[in-house]
Design a protein around this ligand. Sequence first.
Ligand code: NAD
Ligand code: TDX
Length: 336
Amino acid sequence: SFEPKNIIVTGGCGFIGSNFVHHVVREHPDVHVTVLDKLTYAGNRENIAGLPADRVELVVGDICDAELLDRIVPGHDAIVHYAAESHNDNSIADPEPFLRTNVEGTFRLLEAVRKHGIRYHHVSTDEVYGDLALDDPARFTESTPYKPSSPYSSTKAASDMLVRAWTRTYGLRTTISNCSNNYGPYQHVEKFIPRQITNIIDGVRPKLYGKGENVRDWIHTEDHSSAVWTILTKGRMGETYLIGADGERNNITVLRMIMEMMGEDPDDFDWVRDRPGHDRRYAIDSAKLQTELGWRPAHNDFAEGLKATIEWYRANEAWWRPAKAATEARYKAQGQ
Ligand code: NAD
Ligand code: TDX
């Protein structure tokens, strides 16, 4: 197995990347983390505040900056690549930053990996597979054909393709993971679960797209982090692993759980304009990761995880408040 000592985590000030940084600092005391993050609207240095300075260093910069990569990559033994433009609705309103960060950014990292000969793990999404019908018994596996629907997911699919081509052509040591929908603390208020929790705290009615029938396969972000570490250290080179925790639920069910947990009437929400091209259902079969690498999720009680997440947003209003008004103004302009 691979024992990294000095890793670069791109996007380590975002929701999932920062959880991974905390996970590594807590679970792997001999590993040093260099976070490379541009601190876009979605990045927040608070997400990694308080971690020991001798374990975590933040470099504020762009993954598209080849000279910066040439300066910082030497001395590291792996890159774990989380940085991305991550929100589907933003990609529909303005796709350009998604092409730049998700496609060109991945290209720049692969070129740096090729030049400096280090290990690379690519964090991707189940959305590259498109969607499943609501009544289809099938789930996504590593052999499901790519069929992305949105500008966001098409740029993630493109980035996965670059990784495969660079691996085959240049013999890079890479792995890819495609994970289902994450939830937990530090998620931006533009995303479904934090948006509804913070609306309720603000006395604003939650907003449901379409008929609320769309299904997402929820996983706690801490389980995503333990899976990525497992793949980074034990994964077979050139392989893809799907990450999921059997958490399929439709949106209206999740919304009503939140409303009941927060003491609201579960019908007290607004139906709003549907997302154009809205994927119906995602579902992950993580058998390969579980049988080959022995990974198991630890957060198997969604209701408990959701309650803890609600408590976190109640207790950390100072963290999310600065982003809330601008996020809601953008949604309002889109009729959402
Ligand atoms: P996020 O939007 O919360 O965080 C993205 C981070 O990347 C931010 O800190 C931002 O500042 C940084 N960043 C953006 N552009 C950059 C650039 N050009 N250079 C350097 N840093 C840049 O995203 P997230 O939800 O934490 O997602 C992280 C990764 O996980 C993404 O690759 C996403 O596609 C993938 N993923 C997310 C989910 C999910 O449910 N959110 C599920 C599966 C996979
Ligand atoms: O206000 C809302 N109302 C609503 O009904 C919002 C913001 C969303 N929704 C619906 C749309 C989706 O069916 O909730 C579901 C979840 O929406 P998002 O939180 O925007 O997530 P999704 O589009 O499923 O994508 C997420 O999971 C896969 C992440 O944002 C991606 O980065 C990841 O790749």
